[in-house]
Design a protein around this ligand. Structure first.
Ligand SMILES: Cc1cc2nc3c(=O)[nH]c(=O)nc-3n(C[C@H](O)[C@H](O)[C@H](O)COP(=O)(O)OP(=O)(O)OC[C@H]3O[C@@H](n4cnc5c(N)ncnc54)[C@H](O)[C@@H]3O)c2cc1C
Length: 296
């Protein structure tokens, strides 16, 4: 699988190790994706650069209204963080649905993004939140929208043989905003979903001021249903407008036939149901209805 296994102590040392091995070394975090891919010979990496002993990458914190999540934060930590549950419950729900407890205890949110699958649960919520990622390269650090990291199924624009994502950030949901995550899977544990969706809405006087709807896997990357969201703008967030938006999202989604996930027709019609459910819950959370709490 690999010949060498290294433990850098800093981000700079990680980048040096990667550069030294000229494309033959790759970052590993929880290893829940990479160890399997490497075992199957799908991802060549002679040297593994394990970032889990680097201090200062396990933070979940809020600064100036933005929530920052470090590269070593696991799905279990995301799902249970009081800060994320209060300020981005949609993400807590998404990470809480990943695999089983063992996977959530080691798999990281950032690894979920870099693995770049259009069905990734945590990544879907980050799309709905309009998150950004900090990329560390030998030339310096830069922030980029999460959407810019996706180049196709399993293809991340940040090459983990050369660069590293150190953290992600997004604006915490405020009063009048709500989000929700919905998922359809054959079994609850240990499998990527048949479909998932993450939505965030902002209401003003009962009308939709902003909406973002992310759906997977219905394209080669997480799909943002822009037309469906735009159709909601300025409208009362009621059953009729939500059903209409869900229908538009379903029309725009292009799921493929899959032996594991079902026919394209079935999944297309299920998109409408999942989006409707998610929007309904997000609107309830944004309205501060009892029993909902900022979508957690
Ligand atoms: C049994 C099982 C069930 C699963 N179920 C689900 C599920 O329900 N939903 C779901 O979304 N996923 C699921 N997964 C996938 C997996 O757990 C997640 O994608 C996980 O979040 C990956 O994180 P990791 O830390 O393990 O990444 P790793 O496996 O360590 O790395 C994944 C990729 O990211 C790169 N990488 C990791 N960290 C960084 C970084 N900081 N900077 C740059 N590159 C980096 C690696 O080089 C590699 O290419 C499942 C996996 C298994 C094995």
């Amino acid at each position: 699988m690999w010949d060498e296994y290294l433990f850098p102590r800093s981000v700079d040392e990680t980048l040096e190790m990667l550069a030294l091995h000229g494309g033959e070394a790759r970052i590993i975090a929880g290893g829940t994706d990479l160890a399997i891919q490497s075992q199957r010979g799908r991802v060549p990496a002679r040297v593994m650069v394990d970032i889990t002993r680097i201090p200062g990458l396990d933070h979940v914190e809020e600064r100036d209204g933005l929530v920052y999540i470090g590269a070593l934060v696991t799905h279990a930590q995301v799902a249970t963080s009081p800060l994320i549950r209060a300020g981005a419950g949609v993400l807590a729900e998404a990470s809480g649905s990943v695999g089983g407890p063992q996977i959530r205890n080691v798999g990281t949110l950032v690894g979920n993004v870099v693995n770049a699958l259009p069905a990734a649960d945590g990544a879907m919520a980050l799309f709905a939140l309009g998150a950004e990622a900090e990329v560390a390269e030998r030339t310096g650090r830069r922030w980029t929208p999460i959407a810019n990291l996706y180049a196709g199924v399993g293809r991340c624009t940040v090459d983990s043989c050369e660069a590293m994502i150190t953290q992600v950030r997004f604006r915490a949901l405020a009063d009048g905003e709500g989000g929700a995550f919905e998922r359809l899977a054959k079994r609850r544990a240990l499998i990527l979903p048949i479909l998932n969706t993450a939505v965030v809405v902002r209401l003003d006087g009962g009308k939709v001021e902003r909406a973002r709807i992310a759906i997977g896997p219905v394209a080669t990357t997480p799909f943002v249903a822009t037309e469906a969201a735009e159709g909601l703008m300025g409208r009362k967030a009621d059953e009729a407008s939500i059903a209409e938006a869900a229908g538009v999202a379903s029309q725009a989604a292009e799921p493929r036939y899959s032996l594991l996930r079902g026919s394209a027709e079935y999944r297309k019609s299920m998109v409408a149901i999942l989006v409707r459910r998610a929007l309904t819950r997000a609107v309830a959370a944004a309205s501060g209805e009892e029993g909902t709490n900022a979508n957690a």
